[in-house]
Design a protein around this ligand. Structure first.
Ligand code: FCB
Length: 457
C-alpha cells in the first residue's frame, strides 16, 4: 500500500458520517412513526432486493459500541442526522421525549469520548404524516421544519454547536420528485422545482431559529455539488447542455442560498412549465440567510452532451430537455461512479467561490464489493486508494488557498444505501447484517493512521 504523506492544517477535523434511516433500525420503537423512506422501501420494486431500513445496522441499540469504534479510529468528529419521525412522530405538534432521549444519550456518549457531534436536522426521513399533507410540495413545510428544528436545537444546543439544516436538497427534490429514484418517488419536473424551493425556504427559516436556540452555533447546509463536464471536442450545443445541467445540479441551490437569486437562465429554461408563482416576495431573502460554513458532499463528476439528430433528449431535471448523460470514464466504483480526484478538487474550489465560506467535506467515499477474507479482515484496497486520492485532492485545494476545515468519510458503517438497499457497501467498517458484527476494514485502519499522523505532528 502506498503510504499517505500529505498534511492538513492545525485544527483540521477528521470525522465519519452516517444518516438516521440508513443505520438506526428500530423503526417502530419509542414512539417513532413512519417516514417517507419506510413507505418507499416497503413499496415493492422501489429498493433493490426489497430491502428496508427496519433493522439496518441496529445502531439504535448498539450506539455505545459504535461510538467506541470511532474512539478506536481516533476521529475528531461524528456527523449524524436526527430522525424527524422520532422527535415529532406526527410531523408537527407534540415532541416525543423518548425519541429525543436517544440523541441526548448519543451526544453525551460522543462528548464523553472527546468526539465533536456535527448534527444534520434533515437527511431525507420526512414524517409520512407530512407527506400525506403534500410533504415538500406544501409551503407549510417551512413552518413544520422550523418547529421541529426548535425542538431539537432547544434540547441539544447546550452541547452541540455544529448544526446543518439539510443534507443534499438536490436529492430530496430533483432525485425524489422528478427522477423518482428516492422517496416519495414522483416523476414530475415542476414538482421537483417546488420541492427545491420549499426545502430552501425551510432551510432559510430554520437558520435564525438555530441561532436563537443555540447562541454561538455554527450553522450550515450540506449540498452535493458536482463538476459538470461536456465532451472534450464539444460545440456550442454541448456547452449549452453543460450550462443547463450545471444549473439543475448546482446553481439551483448555490444561486438562491448564496446569491439570493436563481441562476442565470434557470427561470427562462423552465418557463414552459410554470410562471414560478411558488416563489413569493421575500423568499429569496429568507433563503439566503447568512451561514457560517458550507458542507460539501462529493463523490463523482457528471458528464453530459447535447442530444443530436432526433435522439430522445427528454430529461426530467428542470430546464434540461435536450441534455443527455454521457458515460462516466473508468475507473468506476461499484456504484458505477467515475473516480476523479481532480473533479473533487475543482468542485471544492467552486463551492468556496460560490459561498464565500469555510468548507467541510461532509461526505466522500466509495462503494466496493467487499468480502471478509479467511483472515477475518476486509482488504478493501480500492477504497484505500480512493480515500488517499480524494484526501490528497482536499490537501491540494487547501494548499491552493481554499479554506477547508474538515473531512468526513462516508461512511462509518456499511448501511442501507437507499434505493440500492444493502447491496452497496460504503463503510470503512464492515457490517455483517446477519450477526451485526462490525469489522474495521483496511480503509478504516488507513483512515486511523492518517488521523494519528495528523495528531502526532
Ligand atoms: C449521498 C447521501 C448519503 C449516501 C451517499 C453514498 O448522496 O447523502 O446518505 O447515500 O450518498
Amino acid at each position: 500500500m502506498t503510504s499517505f504523506t500529505r498534511t492538513f492544517p492545525d485544527g483540521f477535523l477528521f470525522g465519519t458520517a452516517t444518516a438516521s434511516y440508513q443505520i438506526e433500525g428500530a423503526v417502530a420503537e419509542d414512539g417513532r412513526r413512519p417516514s417517507i423512506w419506510d413507505t418507499f422501501s416497503h413499496t415493492p420494486g422501489k429498493v433493490a432486493n426489497g430491502d428496508t431500513g427496519d433493522v439496518a445496522c441496529d445502531h439504535y441499540h448498539r450506539m455505545p459500541a459504535d461510538v467506541a469504534i470511532m474512539t478506536d479510529l481516533g476521529v475528531d468528529a461524528y456527523r449524524f442526522s436526527v430522525a424527524w419521525p422520532r422527535i415529532v412522530p406526527a410531523g408537527e405538534g407534540a415532541p416525543n421525549p423518548a425519541g429525543l432521549a436517544f440523541y441526548d444519550r448519543l451526544v453525551d456518549e460522543l462528548l464523553g469520548a472527546g468526539i465533536r457531534p456535527v448534527v444534520t436536522l434533515y437527511h431525507w426521513d420526512l414524517p409520512q404524516a407530512l407527506d400525506d399533507r403534500g410533504g415538500w410540495l406544501n409551503r407549510d413545510v417551512a413552518q413544520w421544519f422550523t418547529e421541529y428544528t426548535r425542538t431539537v436545537v432547544g434540547a441539544l444546543g447546550d452541547r452541540v454547536s455544529n448544526w446543518t439544516t439539510l443534507n443534499e436538497p438536490w436529492c430530496s427534490s430533483v432525485l425524489s420528485y422528478a427522477i423518482g429514484d428516492h422517496a416519495p418517488g414522483h416523476h414530475d419536473t415542476l414538482e421537483s422545482m417546488v420541492a427545491a424551493h420549499h426545502l430552501m425556504l425551510a432551510h432559510g427559516a430554520a437558520v435564525p431559529v438555530i441561532r436563537e436556540e443555540c447562541p454561538g452555533a455554527e450553522v450550515s447546509v450540506t449540498l452535493n455539488p458536482t463538476q459538470v463536464w461536456g465532451p472534450a471536442d464539444g460545440d456550442d450545443l454541448d456547452a449549452d447542455a453543460v450550462r443547463r445541467a450545471d444549473n439543475a445540479l448546482n446553481g439551483l441551490f448555490f444561486g438562491p442560498i448564496f446569491h439570493g437569486a436563481y441562476p442565470d437562465g434557470f427561470l427562462d429554461d423552465t418557463a414552459h412549465l410554470t410562471d414560478h408563482a411558488y416563489i413569493h416576495d421575500g423568499d429569496l431573502r429568507t433563503i439566503s440567510a447568512p451561514l457560517d460554513n458550507l458542507g460539501v458532499n462529493n463523490y463523482f463528476p457528471t458528464r453530459v452532451r447535447a442530444a443530436r439528430d432526433g435522439e430522445d433528449g427528454r430529461n426530467p431535471m428542470p430546464g434540461c430537455d435536450g441534455v443527455v448523460a454521457d458515460p462516466p470514464h473508468p475507473p468506476l466504483t461499484a456504484m458505477g461512479w467515475e473516480q476523479s480526484p481532480e473533479s473533487h478538487r475543482l468542485i471544492i474550489e467552486r463551492s468556496a467561490r460560490e459561498s464565500g465560506l469555510p468548507l467541510y467535506i461532509t461526505e466522500n467515499g466509495s462503494a466496493w464489493d467487499d468480502t471478509v477474507d479467511a483472515d477475518g479482515q476486509v482488504h478493501d484496497a480500492e477504497r484505500v486508494t480512493y480515500l488517499q486520492e480524494h484526501l490528497a485532492a482536499v490537501a491540494d485545494a487547501i494548499e491552493g488557498g481554499t479554506d477547508v476545515r474538515g473531512y468526513f468519510a462516508w461512511s462509518l458503517l456499511d448501511n442501507f444505501e437507499w434505493a440500492y438497499g444493502y447491496d452497496k457497501r460504503f463503510g470503512i467498517v464492515h457490517v455483517d447484517y446477519d450477526s451485526q458484527v462490525r469489522t474495521v476494514k483496511d480503509s478504516g485502519l488507513e483512515f486511523a493512521r492518517i488521523i494519528a499522523a495528523h495528531h502526532d505532528r
